[in-house]
Write a protein that binds this ligand. Sequence first.
Ligand SMILES: [Fe+2]
Ligand SMILES: [Fe+2]
Length: 230
Amino acid sequence: MNQPNTPDISFFFAVHQHMRSDLDRYLGSVGGAVESERSTRLRSLHRWTTGFICELEEHHFAEDTFFFPDMRRKVPSSVAIIDGLEADHRRLDELLAAWPGVSANLADPAVPFDGAKSAAVELAGQLRDLLSVHLDIEDHDVLPLYWRHYTAAEYDALQALAVKKSKKKGIWFVAPWNVDNLEGAERAAFLAAAPLPLRAIHRLVRPRYDRLIAAAFGATPVAVGETAKR
Ligand SMILES: [Fe+2]
Ligand SMILES: [Fe+2]
């Protein structure tokens, strides 16, 4: 349990764990894709991809614009690690820019299926491998610095600024995706503390989001995993 003056960064860990779970699930999903799904499940999977890209881009924007610059100023020993993480973000930008086209081809009956599937598996593997190392570095070498060098008030102010200035692109996906980072009482408390307009948006987009997940992957809920609860 957090001390009163220690930043609560559990949500940051939960976001990272959800990203890992989703990339693993996507990789399994494209690996098992068959041609007869092109006008059904793979179309939904393409739609899911466009939303997940918004979440990844929003997350990188928040880190590049708010969390990392502030950490650079406050903890000079973090600069070399953050340089490496920002370079990863630029490499990830390239993969994310290519992803919609690759994912659209997988759902397009006019594109030869085997090549489209190989390209989707290849891209998903590159994304998963790069992000998996990247997220481990953030979890092990950067996030604990908030515990050591920030008060709870300093961290909360930084997080509030990042939320306020977020790009809010793809809110139809980003809002429910972030609520799904948490479970049970934590999820209920998170929703209760959210501003009223965000709660209203979440209520509005949730049914369509759940239908999309079921259509793209089947009805199994995301297994966020134990590290989300650290
Ligand atoms: Fe990052
Ligand atoms: Fe991150």
